[in-house]
Structures are given as structure tokens and as C-alpha cells.
Design a protein around this ligand. Structure first.
Ligand code: DP6
Length: 323
């Protein structure tokens, strides 16, 4: 082994065309491609050290994690050990600079940083697609936190070609994500369980069949910096995913009253000339995308809405990398 310890940082991402449902849950092979942007300023920093210890040890934000959380990390470490031909257990220490429960999925940044740090620590020299595939095995959306800027994850034909790649660098388009934190009253169902029941909705087949159309519109809107087309397609795609969620068995209803209130306001603001559009992941919080010049105005307006407890603002972020 060339290295026994490595540290990596990675940004979370927000999906514009959503990943919802797998054709293979174990391999996390999605039923449709997706597009996202990395969130600058927010990151996970992870150090992996292979040691002579008897078991893998995971510490997140100074708390030791066991059970399911540790198993999911060991699953990725096993893939790395197999590939590197090593048997050593690892100490994994991870920290997020964004608050837990802030409406930012931490699993994407976490598994992208883990893939980069673990493979480096094991002495492997993996390509970006290989790192994206490895991150995908831990959390599908993590595949998209590996490349820089604006990213597309292609569904691929098999395990090795379902990876994400950059469609435009971070400095291509000055967008900001203003995340309105809405207090959720109910405990939410996690994405992994959600993917597994997506096919129980009669709307899922229609959503999947139409995915390449939405991907093309979104990709072109980003490449042409066409904000109006961008706002319309991200809202449409988010609404389609939530329609599937609401009509699954059991039904998943993530929205709160304030979530819907923000949808109406965002559309009113856009109609009156403010470049804004919304998208929502598996939670109640609303990601309000806007042109970077307007982020202070958008943040101010969101903070005035009853039911919004906080607003986080992020620009477009770079790739996962060793530090
Ligand atoms: C709604 O990547 O969190 O955020 O693969 O089970 O970890 P797992 O799921 P995850 O699902 C993300 C769902 C989403 C949409 C998206 O990010 O594309």
C-alpha cells in the first residue's frame, strides 16, 4: 500500500432532475438519469485510516456511530478492500459544516468523500467515473457529488457505466440555492425506503418514460443559461416526483403548509420578474434557486414567510477532492 491514511472533502448537491426509484436496489442502479449542482460552502470532510484494529470504527461530528450507519460505511470499505487486496480495518472520521436536519441531504457528500478518501488511503488510483460508481454504491445521489459544478448521472447499462460526469464547471453559471428550512412536524421516511416503494405508484411509469425529455430540457437550460426554462423544468420535475411519492403505497407526503405557501410565492415572484424557481427533495424544505445577483433579496423574502425558521444560501460547488 502506498498510503494508509487520506482526507477528502465533498459538497452536497441539489437535484434538478430527480433520482427516484432503482432498477437494482443493491447496486443502486436508477430507473432514470438525473441532473444536479454541487453546493459550495457546505461540505463534508472525511478521513480514512487503515489500521490494525479489529473492526471498522466510524465517528461523525465527534459521535461514534454503530449499527446501520456503520454497516453502510463498511459496505463501501469492503468494496475498496477487495479492489486493493487488503484486509485492514479502518477508522473513519467525518464532519459536516452544515447542521444536521438543515434540509441538506448529508449522505451525498458523505459517501462521495468516503469513496475518495478510502480509495486513496488504500493506495488505489481510481478515475473520476470509478469514484462516482463507488460513491453511488453508498448513496445514489453521492455519485453526483464526485464531479464538479453542474453534473449529470447517466443511468447506464450496467454497474460500471452508471456514473456521473460534469456537464459544466462551477463557474459556468452564477446560480444560488436559498434553502428555506420549514419545520417538519412528522418523522420522514428516508430516501432508501422511498426508492423501494416508488414502483407502487401508478404514476411512476409515466414519470420514468418522460425522463429523457426533462433531462434534455434541463441540460439545455443550464448550457444556454436560460433561467426561465430552467425554473419551469425543475419545478415540473420536482412536482412529478412528489406526485409519485404521494401516490405510493404507503403514501409519502413530505410537504408542509409552508412548503406549498413558498411554491405560490416563488411563482408570483417569477411572474413579476424575479429569477427564482423551486425544487424539493425528500423533506419539507424548499430549495429556491435564483441567479446569484438576487440571492440577498431572495433570502430576505424567504425569511419573512411564517413557518420558515432559517435560510441557508449556497453557490455552485466544485468536485470531491483529497486535501
Ligand atoms: C429526493 O441518494 O438519498 O434527493 O441511494 O438510498 O441513499 P439512497 O438515496 P438518495 O436519494 C435521493 C433522492 C432525492 C432526489 C435526488 O437527489 O436525485
Amino acid at each position: 500500500m502506498n498510503a494508509t491514511s487520506a482526507t477528502a472533502i465533498s459538497h452536497p448537491n441539489i437535484a434538478f432532475i430527480k433520482y427516484w426509484g432503482n432498477r437494482d436496489n443493491e447496486l443502486r442502479l436508477p430507473v432514470n438519469g438525473s441532473i444536479s449542482m454541487n453546493l459550495d460552502g457546505l461540505f463534508t470532510r472525511t478521513t480514512v485510516s487503515f489500521t490494525s484494529a479489529k473492526a471498522d470504527v466510524l465517528t461523525i461530528n465527534s459521535d461514534q456511530v454503530t449499527g446501520k450507519g456503520l454497516e453502510r460505511v463498511s459496505y463501501i470499505l469492503d468494496l475498496v478492500r477487495l479492489r486493493a487486496g487488503i484486509n485492514d480495518r479502518a477508522e473513519v472520521t467525518s464532519e459536516n459544516n452544515f447542521p444536521a436536519g438543515a434540509g441538506i441531504a448529508s449522505s451525498a457528500a458523505a459517501f462521495a468523500a468516503l469513496a475518495v478518501a478510502a480509495s486513496k488511503a488504500a493506495g488505489l488510483d481510481l478515475s473520476e467515473p470509478e469514484l462516482s460508481v463507488l460513491a453511488r454504491r453508498g448513496s445514489g445521489s453521492a455519485s453526483r457529488s464526485v464531479p464538479a459544478g453542474f453534473v449529470e448521472w447517466k443511468m447506464g447499462e450496467a454497474e460500471s457505466d452508471s456514473y456521473a460526469f460534469s456537464i459544466a464547471p462551477a463557474n459556468h453559471w452564477n446560480l444560488a440555492d436559498c434553502v428555506a428550512i420549514v419545520n417538519a412536524a412528522h418523522k420522514k421516511t428516508g430516501s432508501t425506503e422511498g426508492h423501494a416503494i416508488a414502483r407502487t405508484s401508478p404514476l411512476q411509469n409515466a414519470r420514468v418514460a418522460d425522463a429523457s425529455r426533462r433531462l434534455e430540457i434541463c441540460r439545455n437550460a443550464i448550457l444556454n443559461k436560460d433561467f426561465d426554462a430552467f425554473a419551469n423544468i425543475i419545478e415540473h420535475d420536482s412536482d412529478m416526483m412528489h406526485s409519485v411519492m404521494m401516490t405510493s403505497n404507503p403514501p409519502l407526503m413530505y410537504w408542509q403548509a409552508a412548503t406549498v405557501e413558498i411554491f405560490h410565492l416563488v411563482r408570483e415572484w417569477r411572474a413579476s420578474g424575479l429569477p427564482v424557481g423551486y425544487t424539493v427533495d425528500a423533506g419539507a424544505n424548499v430549495h429556491v434557486l435564483c441567479l446569484g445577483e438576487y440571492k440577498t433579496e431572495v433570502e430576505k423574502r424567504l425569511r419573512e414567510i411564517p413557518g420558515v425558521s432559517n435560510v441557508l444560501v449556497a453557490g455552485v460547488g466544485g468536485a470531491a477532492r483529497t486535501v
